[in-house]
Design a protein around this ligand. Structure first.
Ligand SMILES: *Cc1c(COP(=O)(O)O)cnc(C)c1O
Length: 391
């Protein structure tokens, strides 16, 4: 008999009743150190007082009105994002994959309105992840995601990760955009080198294409800049955001330049819940914390410390780990042992990590993780690795 919850997930046999900062507490009282943050979502940790306050204040006043009316919290969050980024305009969604839907529609509408309706193709990369909607799975293109789901949304070209020569060769009369994660998350914590991102930007400029960055996982302070592309000194035309921006409340966004968004006039797109008062009140509180030089300096400091300790961990467990990869607090351990065994040994040692492709485990701690918690994390990861070695 089918489970009452549609069985699309391989769940670990763990459940939690409370979260506090970097800690998750199980019903039996066990305290797990959370290095997964609900897959890079709880950017300020669990139950951050400022987010609790923003959410409860808003909940006591107004939850939902729809986008038929003005929503001051949405306006405020859009203004903050515009002030802090390349973007001139923002559309709010409830998730990353909805942001992908709009990014694709926006790019195609841009060329349609420019009198080039044949420009519909979007170049993407192997190992990418853009969510599970029809456009998201078509963009990623992996057999695992598309097989069995009938005709796939056409208009995506999949190229090897980081092969900028292949990109140059693939650009033609029907190309509209290049879509890329500056740091692949699900694909195994693979940062695109700055020079490659620069090369993609240059190709877009040369051919009049739009550069779409998917910063759903790597954005909102995760890499130590507000957005990951800032490290490369480039800006996109369109950017997808979600996960960390809501700090745990379902919230996503598409940020765009005025030029890239020029086709999206009244009636061309919409969402019932997107940009609702609850999500945007929380999003404003997240931005107020993360988008400050002091906060990002702390992220970089913690990231340096964690990375250094992880290098030590890899060195002392050469049979379990191969290397540390990633950037900021978006780090991966490429495993020699099966990554899932390491994740499960972590559960036994009461430390939570997240598996990714390419036999990697992901460390995506709260951006607010303390130095004491980093030290404790290493003790627990060391215990997990030792258990894997002796298994
Ligand atoms: C998680 C993720 C998505 C999809 O976001 P959902 O909120 O699950 O729809 C898209 N792109 C990237 C890079 C992601 O990590």
């Amino acid at each position: 008999m089918i489970a009452s919850v549609l069985p699309t997930y391989n769940r670990a046999p763990l459940s939690f009743v409370k979260g506090e900062g970097s800690w998750l507490i199980a019903a039996d009282g066990r305290r797990f150190l959370d290095l997964g943050s609900g897959i890079a979502v709880n950017a300020l940790g669990h139950a951050h007082p400022a987010l609790v306050e923003a959410l409860t204040n808003q909940a006591q006043n107004l939850w939902h009105v729809s986008n038929l009316y003005e929503i001051p919290q949405q306006q405020a969050l859009a203004d903050k994002l515009v002030a802090e980024t390349f973007a001139d305009t923002v559309f709010f969604t409830n998730s990353g994959t909805e942001a992908c839907e709009l990014a694709v529609k926006m790019a195609r509408k841009y060329f349609y309105d420019k009198g080039q309706p044949e420009r519909v193709e979007i170049i993407t990369f192997e190992g990418s992840f853009h969510g599970r909607s029809s456009a998201g799975i078509a963009a990623a293109g992996s057999e695992k995601m598309v097989k069995g789901f009938g005709p796939i949304l056409p208009g995506f070209v999949h190229l090897p990760w980081g092969d900028t020569e292949a990109v140059a060769a693939a650009i033609g009369d029907t190309t509209a955009a290049i879509l890329v994660e500056p740091v692949q998350g699900e694909g195994g914590i693979r940062p695109m080198p700055d020079q490659d991102l620069k090369a993609l930007r240059a190709l877009c400029d040369e051919h009049g294409l739009l550069l779409i960055l998917d910063e759903v996982q790597c954005g909102v302070g995760r890499t130590g800049k507000l957005f990951a592309h800032e490290w490369a000194g480039i800006t996109p035309d369109i950017m997808m955001v979600a996960k960390g921006i809501g700090g745990g409340f379902p919230l996503g966004a598409v940020l765009a330049t005025e030029n890239a968004a020029s086709g999206m006039t009244a009636g061309t797109h919409g969402s019932t819940y997107g940009g609702n008062p609850l999500g945007c009140a929380v999003g404003c509180a997240v931005m107020d914390h993360v988008a400050t030089p002091e906060f990002l300096a702390e992220v970089n400091k913690k990231a340096g410390l964690l990375r250094q300790k992880l290098e030590g961990l890899v060195a002392s467990h050469p049979e379990v780990f191969e290397e540390v990869r990633g950037t900021g607090l978006m780090l991966g351990l490429k495993c020699k042992a099966a990554n899932i065994d390491v994740v499960q040994a972590g559960y036994a040692a009461e430390v939570i990590t997240v598996p990714a492709a390419d036999n990697v485990i992901r460390l995506l701690p709260a951006l607010t993780i303390t130095e004491a918690d980093i030290t404790e994390a290493m003790t627990r990861l060391d215990a997990a690795a030792t258990a894997v070695e002796s298994a």
